[in-house]
Design a binder for this molecule. Structure first.
Ligand SMILES: Cc1cc2nc3c(=O)[nH]c(=O)nc-3n(C[C@H](O)[C@H](O)[C@H](O)COP(=O)(O)O)c2cc1C
Length: 224
């Protein structure tokens, strides 16, 4: 598959078939993703992969932690700045509304919206959960490199017939995850990811998010 095709084919998939993913297939995806670049070739990432009972184990651990205060956030890197500014605020709002519209969930149905958010913590039904871990001594640069690795992995997944959803929602439970997986002292969970075979018929997977055109984010110099 051409890279430009894979870039457009990758979407955040939020409903999966129960079909399992073999270790061989996941290894092939990880084997592609490891060719991602990183400054100084630090490769500042670790991946925790779960399926089967291990997948259920982490779901249970996180849901138990969330039961006391579902909106609390563990760790010192919130998902977004406290007050998002325009046009970012509107972009975030729009994609959320588009998703709920696909699902037929109205604005005032807070219960349905909340339960949809909580689907994050079930990997949207995906048979595989991934967690991306860096070192808490790393700076913004290495976090960016970890992001590149995640995108490489998501594109490689497309090539192998798989679908993904990156999930920073899991970052709300960083401390719980670190404890649960008995990670090393400096290990820091940045993000989760659902991975599996997309449910092609589920309405939520019909969502195609928008992008701003090139000239809106490029500052051109030197072309007439
Ligand atoms: C780092 C990162 C974290 C994300 N976290 C979540 C998440 O927790 N839950 C979710 O449903 N989508 C999550 N997303 C998906 C974004 O909402 C999605 O990428 C964006 O709306 C663009 O849509 P697309 O991925 O379908 O192109 C995340 C995306 C990224 C890159």
């Amino acid at each position: 598959m051409d890279v430009n095709v894979a870039l457009r084919a990758r979407i955040s998939t939020r409903a999966f078939l129960p079909q399992p993913v073999s270790k061989e297939l996941l290894t092939a995806v990880l084997d592609d993703a490891r060719w991602s670049p990183s400054g100084g070739n630090l490769q500042p990432w670790k991946v925790v992969a779960v399926t089967g009972d291990a997948r259920q184990g982490v779901i249970d651990a996180v849901n138990a932690a969330a039961a006391t205060d579902p909106s609390s956030q563990e760790g010192d890197h919130p998902m977004y700045p406290a007050e998002l500014w325009e046009p970012l605020r509107t972009r975030r709002y729009q994609v959320g509304e588009q998703m709920y519209a696909q699902l037929g969930i109205p604005n005032d149905d807070k219960v349905a919206r909340f339960s949809r958010i909580m689907e994050n913590f079930n990997f949207f039904g995906a048979p595989v959960g991934l967690f991306f871990v860096t070192d808490d001594r790393m700076g913004a640069g290495q976090w960016a490199h970890l992001g590149m690795f995640m995108q490489s992995l998501a594109l490689a997944a497309v090539e192998h017939g798989l679908a993904t959803c990156m999930q920073e929602a899991w970052a709300m439970r960083r401390a719980t995850l670190k404890r649960h997986f008995e990670l090393d002292e400096h290990d820091y969970v940045y993000c989760g990811m659902s991975l599996g075979f997309a449910d092609p018929d589920h309405p939520v997977n019909q969502l195609r998010s928008e992008r701003v055109p090139v000239d809106e984010f490029t500052i051109w110099h030197g072309w007439s």
